[in-house]
Design a protein around this ligand. Structure first.
Ligand code: FAD
Ligand code: NAI
Length: 462
């Protein structure tokens, strides 16, 4: 048995960041992880492997579609799927080993195994019971499925199986046009699979700016993805090699069927809290199975905190990280802060999609008077030079004060461009502040400035 100031349960982006910050603040810290490697969903079966496959297949797409135009002639590369998976696995390994190194550097003990909390102040791992003044639950999330759909991770897969398919499918059906469905759907469409996305709602990526949704869907269609919208999946019948997806179209209640070699179920994720013993401790939960916390990440049981996908809010790695840092600060007696109004969301397709703050739909619903400044990447010299003129930057600002309320980008490097707007929002900047800031030429970020100019007297290049 060992005694710690803090034991963190789970080593995903929430847990490992919390552990490192606790150690940096002088607290004796351990982190419990049941997986064989550190890093949680994000590093092992989420953000990192999916981005590796998105990168590799984007390179292929560029070679097939744009190289010849630039005078780069020759045969387009062929796909060695086994090697692509090896590249993905190596990328995971570099990242998970990196966390191991950071744990050693910060003198954090990795308690290997699945942890539970037999009583406040105690964490059981295997047969050992460790003591801790504070416990942070960072146990993450798992994929959900649908009634009538049994996942075997071979033919009917979640994202975890989709990152590890034994071969590239001829036909893939993706259930759910959310972030996972569109990122993984893009990967396989670029690899030559016939990808059909079956979505319950009438628009893709629910909650996103409606104009972005439309342009995004149109772009993905051009890239070969097919969409069946307004379709409620009823069941999936799978054999050893194939599957049939049965769905009902909401508009006419008709029953339909589509065949697939692989079915990817991407209908959302739910908190994972199995085996922790939270029920017996009386830890309050929401009716969606999330651990309830106050604004300092405290549960209703003294000494037990919770962060990341296991609690309310967007299921994003950077949200988990920010909560991890903030909870550590609170435990160390400092002030922990997360601004939930400025958490960017990025979809790493091509083009990328990024957003922060309010959408036009949200502002309208709230009766908030706003102005929208929009600029197309067609007016951005750099974007045109690299075949990335599709898409736009939209900045939403208060009609009276000009304060930036939100931004929505579809276009090249959107996931990086969004951050100058995040910083501006953190500082309470106006669109004019951004418009008056010199932006280097030729960069994609000039499109952000032009959108800010569009909130005032107008952009220059459109
Ligand atoms: P997790 O990363 O889920 O980590 C929790 C860890 O706790 C796990 O390793 C688990 O084994 C461990 N654990 C659970 N219970 C116990 C226990 N009792 N004892 C010991 N260990 C335990 N987000 C982004 O921001 N950007 C992206 O690009 C992105 N891409 C994604 C792609 C995919 C395919 C998926 C599935 C998710 C993606 N996400 C992305 C979401 C992101 O992975 C999560 O938001 C993030 O991992 C949440 O971090 P966390 O620390 O809360 O939990
Ligand atoms: P999601 O919530 O983004 O999308 C689920 C989609 O499935 C929705 O469009 C929903 O309407 C649809 N759906 C639900 N039931 C359905 C049914 N019966 N038939 C047809 N469609 C149905 O969930 P997703 O894509 O599984 O992602 C889970 C989480 O992982 C998200 O919260 C996301 O934040 C995170 N993630 C983040 C990434 C990023 O930041 N780039 C990448 C991948 C995942």
């Amino acid at each position: 048995m060992a005694t710690y100031d803090v034991i963190v349960i789970g080593s995903g982006p929430g847990g490992y960041v919390a552990a490192i910050r606790c150690a940096q603040l002088g607290l004796k810290t351990a982190c419990v992880e049941g997986r064989e490697t550190l890093g949680g969903t994000c590093l092992n079966v989420g953000c990192i492997p999916s981005k590796a496959l998105l990168h590799a297949t984007h390179m292929l797409h560029e070679a097939e579609h744009n190289f010849a135009t630039m005078g780069l002639k020759g045969k387009a590369p062929s796909v060695d799927w086994k090697q692509m998976l090896t590249y993905k696995t190596d990328t995971i390994g570099q990242n998970t080993k990196g966390i191991e190194f950071l744990f050693k550097k910060n003198k954090i003990d990795w308690l290997k195994g699945w942890g539970s909390i037999p009583e406040p102040g105690k964490v059981k791992v295997g047969d050992e019971i460790h003591e801790a003044k504070s416990i942070i639950v960072a146990s993450g999330s798992e994929a959900t499925s649908l009634p009538g759909v049994e996942v075997d991770e071979k033919i009917v897969v979640t994202s975890t199986g989709a990152l590890e398919l034994s071969k590239i499918p001829k036909k893939m059906v993706v259930i759910g046009a959310g972030v996972i469905g569109l990122e993984m759907g893009s990967v396989y469409a670029r690899l030559g699979s016939e990808v059909t996305v079956v979505e319950f709602l009438d628009a893709i990526t629910p909650g996103m700016d409606a104009e972005v949704q439309k342009v995004f869907q149109r772009t993905l269609k051009k890239q070969g993805l097919t969409f069946i919208m307004g379709a409620a999946v009823q069941s999936v019948e799978a054999s050893k090699t194939k599957a049939k997806v049965n769905y009902k179209l909401r508009k006419d209640d008709s029953d339909n069927q589509i065949d697939a070699d692989i079915v990817l179920v991407a209908t959302g994720r739910k908190p994972y809290t199995d085996g922790l013993g939270l029920d017996a401790l009386g830890v309050a939960m929401t009716d969606r199975g999330q651990i309830k916390t106050d604004d300092q990440w405290r549960t209703n049981v003294a000494g037990i905190y919770a962060i990341g996908d296991a609690i309310e809010g967007p299921m994003l790695a950077h949200k988990a990280e920010d909560e991890g840092m903030a909870a550590a600060e609170v435990i160390a007696g400092h002030h922990g802060h997360v601004n939930y109004g400025v958490i960017p969301g990025v979809i790493y397709t091509h083009p990328e999609v990024a957003s922060v703050g309010k959408t036009e739909e949200e502002l309208k619903a709230a009766g908030h008077a706003y102005k929208a400044g929009k600029f197309s990447f067609m007016g951005n010299g750099r974007a045109k030079a690299v075949f990335a003129g599709d898409g736009f930057v939209k900045i939403l600002a208060d009609a009276e004060t000009d304060r930036i309320l939100g931004a929505h980008i579809i276009g090249p490097m959107a996931g990086d461009l969004i951050h100058e707007i995040c910083v501006a929002m953190e500082f309470g900047a106006s669109a004019e502040d951004m418009a008056l800031t010199c932006h280097a030429h030729p960069t994609f970020s000039e499109a952000v400035r032009e959108a800010a100019l569009a909130c005032g007297d107008g952009p220059i290049h459109s």
